[in-house]
Design a protein around this ligand. Sequence first.
Ligand code: PLP
Length: 371
Amino acid sequence: MSIANKLARKELVEMVPYQSARRLQAGNGSFNSKVWLNANEASGPGIYQVNSDCINRYPDFQPDSLLNAYAQYCGLPRSQILATRGADEGIELLIRTFCKAYQDSILICPPTYGMYAISAENHGAGIIKAPLIDCQLNLEALQAQVGKVKVVFLCSPGNPTGNLLPAEQIKAAIKMFADTAIVVVDEAYIEFSPEQTAVSWINQYSNLVVLRTLSKAFALAGLRCGFTLASSDIISMLSKVIAPYPVPSPIAEIASSILTDDGIAQMRIRVQETCILRKQLIEWLDEQPWCTKVYASDANFVLFACEDKDLVFNTLSQQGILIRDQSKQLQLSNCLRISIGSEREMSLLKQTLINLLPSITANTTTSAAEK
Ligand SMILES: *Cc1c(COP(=O)(O)O)cnc(C)c1O
């Protein structure tokens, strides 16, 4: 037995790390040799420059330029914002701050984003599930867990489901847990329906936390920059747990440059383009005989169910087009998820399926008949 296995916390020896889209495709060609539609990233690069004059110095705990820019963008004061290494770090901090290991639990509503459970497992927090019903919250199931959990994760728009949760449901959940749990609304995709944000409720409900990221609509997944928004009391508490220099200075610089009026306007145009391509993809999928259900989407991806999901997935992947298999998620057997890429990438995907799927389906039918 290796020393690592011998000395590590036992549960980590068996633990499977998060199967991120990137990890699943490790070594599978460069960014340019494939069509990447599996991680809800934006298509196309940005051009940024960094000034390395002060790179010999530690950065500020929360760099001024970045915090001021995000404060302006989200409408909260700086004391209610914590910049983190992606929204993922916000998830981890919330669990480490509010859950006592091997004692407290989080609540999740599957099918949902995988990192809530992975971070809980890593920390030794329990995981209680109140599954969605038709992509909406089951408030009765949530009610049954009041007093039994410390952090509740709601994802709106949901990943991989794609839809916004009704505002009234989110509010009901926040009120239900008012005295006993932090309710986290993960708004990684909120730029696709900005009017639905829960941010304006933060000053009304002291147990509400909102998570944001620059990885999706802002097209900066490689930057690793996210934000946790909450009361200043919660932000102060999280600040005790986060690393002392959580935001590297080049990251702060690039992130601040995208949070200017110009950068935000560019993001809004990208969102509009994405929504048009999304509508086209949904309509197209709806017409395909092999596609059995297309989920509504308020985000930059589309979830759908099909008759032979392996055939669809493999046909695309053999042509270098990578999408995400969601069939292991609760309630989503036969489901695949396509991130909205560029117009060219979307037509390539459709054309590939138009060209290859009928012949494959025909071949399998013939060979079955011959047997
Ligand atoms: C992508 C995503 C995140 C993680 O965002 P990062 O800022 O890249 O860590 C968090 N939540 C959901 C629902 C996501 O889809």
